[in-house]
Design a protein around this ligand. Structure first.
Ligand SMILES: Cc1cc2nc3c(=O)[nH]c(=O)nc-3n(C[C@H](O)[C@H](O)[C@H](O)COP(=O)(O)OP(=O)(O)OC[C@H]3O[C@@H](n4cnc5c(N)ncnc54)[C@H](O)[C@@H]3O)c2cc1C
Length: 403
């Protein structure tokens, strides 16, 4: 069977890996001009995603690229800065967690798949017909049995298949901006930040990275009015929201004016009831992003891709049956992630000074516990903090290719 995947970041290459293993003919089309290598933001792989990475033989190479950002130093008003050992927080959340820069992970996944799958860069799908004929912005039309959107929160395949994005998105009340800045504080293994009611600014660097990332998170009572391509307006909004904030914020805002890599978006959750229509399906953020920054969506993307490939191999050539099985398998994880993300969005950018104090205090308390006690406490509630580790994966890898 011939499968076309749109998007070569995380979900796309994981899917390409497994489908190639099951002997499907795989093509990946990516809008960016070349494979991702540096930049992006830090993402999390929790236990089930690390199990998939392990089955792909990539555990060691992924571990060799961890960010190493183990400490958070947080300022609040005139109070003494609070230091939190993030390793204890992660240990409470998962028995097997890795934080890695998104583009480092994408590069590892691309390298692991580029020989078996065909990659086409600098192109994008323009139409998909019911019989599988696909047209592109640049390349000639081609025919595929299955088409998969792995093209992120603002998925092109989803728009072409299900209609405008606004019908499926729920804004979680917050905005995020990530900006590449020089590592002028010489950060090594630490994130430093400042919080006030409704806004947080921070800077972190990571191992294997020459520069740093400034991170801005803020709440607004109503959605902001801007076009997603209007970077000048986005920078203006950022300046307005962080005006008058002390510490390093004026310098970070000045750096945001200069930078070439500027990201600004609402924290938005996707809520589709089904991810498949005809011969098209969606995987990762394209289908079920619970909200960037707040829901562990990278783990969901890795696990979703692994399950989709496994079900396609199980049912090939009946992709209808495969899509139905995929949706059944991943559905519960998606719904739990949505619930978790909605709560996390509130925690991430506290609305009041008291809420901010309570969250910093809770992190300090976890920090003060021995690791085993933090884990034991967290295990009482697998639906929240140990959401990811509660997922049990089927072992599809013993299955032989049927395509
Ligand atoms: C600021 C920020 C912070 C985040 N922090 C975290 C975190 O702390 N922990 C965590 O787990 N996750 C985090 N995430 C989420 C994480 O980045 C995503 O969940 C993950 O990257 C999803 O992978 P994906 O492959 O589904 O989509 P994406 O990584 O979004 O990749 C989509 C790919 O599709 C390509 N594409 C887009 N349009 C087209 C098109 N028309 N044609 C072809 N290709 C196209 C894109 O160029 C991209 O390569 C964060 C996200 C953001 C934005």
């Amino acid at each position: 069977m011939r499968v076309l995947i749109s998007g070569a970041s995380i979900a796309g290459p994981v899917l390409a890996y497994w489908l190639s293993k099951y002997r499907f003919e795989v093509t990946v089309v990516e809008r960016a001009p070349s494979p991702r290598k540096t930049g992006g933001h830090a993402v999390d792989l929790f236990r089930p995603a690390m199990q998939v990475v392990g089955k792909m033989g990539l555990r060691e190479v992924v571990r060799s690229k961890v960010t190493g950002t183990d400490t958070l130093v947080m300022r609040r008003g005139n109070a003494k800065p609070v230091t939190v050992d993030l390793r204890k927080v992660y240990t409470a959340a998962s028995d097997d967690h890795v934080e890695i820069m998104r583009d480092h992970l994408a590069e590892i996944l691309y390298d692991a798949t580029s020989r078996e799958a065909e990659y086409v860069f600098a192109d994008s799908i323009t139409s998909i017909s019911a019989d599988g004929e696909v047209t592109f912005e640049h390349g000639p039309p081609r025919r595929f049995d299955v088409i998969v959107g792995a093209d992120g929160l603002h998925s092109n395949v989803r728009s072409l298949t299900f209609g405008p994005e606004a019908s499926f998105t729920t804004w979680l009340g917050t905005y995020v901006s990530v900006v590449s800045v020089p590592n002028y504080l010489g950060l090594n293994g630490a994130m430093e930040g400042i919080g006030q009611a409704g806004r947080i600014a921070a800077i972190y660097s990571a191992a294997h990275m020459d520069d740093a990332r400034a991170l801005f998170l803020f709440r607004t009572p109503e959605p902001l009015d801007y076009h997603y391509r209007d970077v000048v307006r986005q920078k203006q909004l950022l300046r307005q929201r962080f005006a008058g904030m002390g510490w390093e914020v004026p310098r970070l805002l000045a750096a945001a004016e200069e930078t070439e890599t500027f990201y600004f978006d609402s924290i938005t959750q996707l809520r589709l009831d089904t991810w498949s229509r005809g011969r098209v399906t969606l995987v990762g953020d394209a289908g079920y992003c619970p909200g960037p920054v707040v829901g562990g969506s990278t783990s969901l993307a890795v696990v979703g891709a692994y399950i989709l490939a496994g079900e396609l191999a199980r049912y090939a050539p009946d992709y209808h049956a495969a899509f139905a099985a995929y949706e059944r398998e991943i559905g519960d994880y998606v719904r739990r992630s949505r619930g978790f993300a909605a709560g996390a969005a509130n925690m991430l950018v506290p609305a009041s000074e008291f809420h901010l104090w309570a969250i910093v205090r809770a992190a300090q308390l976890i920090d003060a516990l021995p690791a085993w006690a933090g884990r034991a406490l967290a295990k009482f509630n697998a639906k929240t903090i140990r959401l990811h580790d509660a997922i049990e994966l089927e072992d599809y890898t013993t299955r032989q290719a049927t395509s």
